[in-house]
Design a protein around this ligand. Structure first.
Ligand code: ZN
Length: 184
């Protein structure tokens, strides 16, 4: 396995619409190795999630994982998931606004309104269908990651740019360290 380089804001790959992955490609050793590299990179970067465009690959692939009990007030942890060609089937009109960060936007935080609940369909790494009915913080992670596949960054979704904050000021003025939002 290999660690992959993270694309940072300004790299055009982050603004492209990603290509769907074919069923045939999913089963190839090269693609399976790429999935393992994405998982290893996400863990190495301490991210909760990673989308393929963030590692310079414009394909509809997302990996997600959070097993941190400290996040319990934000809801349950998220098991390791590989989501290929994900599509939202439902997004609640009811919104929640929370802090987000992103591995592609170093040391920035901002408050972003998102749907409180979503239903998502995707394929797993075996090409089998996956259906997720998630709400609260895990639903936000899904929206953040699928946005990457559509060429959107969290700053595009902010309604109030006055909360766009450098990490040092975020810790100093906005929230306590234990509330810190992880990067996705
Ligand atoms: Zn991100």
């Amino acid at each position: 396995m290999a660690l992959l380089k993270i694309a940072k804001m300004g790299n055009p790959v982050l603004r492209k619409i990603s290509e769907p992955v074919t069923k045939e490609e999913i089963s190839t050793p090269d693609f399976q190795r790429f999935l393992d590299d994405m998982i290893e990179t996400m863990r190495d970067e301490d991210g909760l999630g990673l989308a393929a465009p963030q590692v310079h690959v414009s394909k509809q692939v997302v990996v997600i994982e959070s097993l941190d009990d400290a996040r319990s007030e934000e809801g349950p942890g998220m098991p390791l998931l590989v989501l290929i060609n994900p599509v939202f089937k439902y997004m609640s009109k009811e919104l929640r606004t929370g802090w987000e960060g992103c591995l592609s936007l170093d040391n920035l935080r901002g408050r972003v309104p998102r749907s409180r609940a979503v239903k998502l369909e995707a394929l797993d790494r075996n090409g089998e269908p996956v259906i997720l009915d998630w709400e609260e913080f895990p639903a936000v992670v899904l929206q953040h990651e699928i946005d990457h596949l559509r060429g959107h960054l969290f700053v595009d979704r902010m309604k109030d740019m006055s909360t766009l904050t450098h990490l040092g000021e975020f810790r100093r003025y906005w929230v306590k360290e234990e509330d810190e939002v992880e990067e996705v």
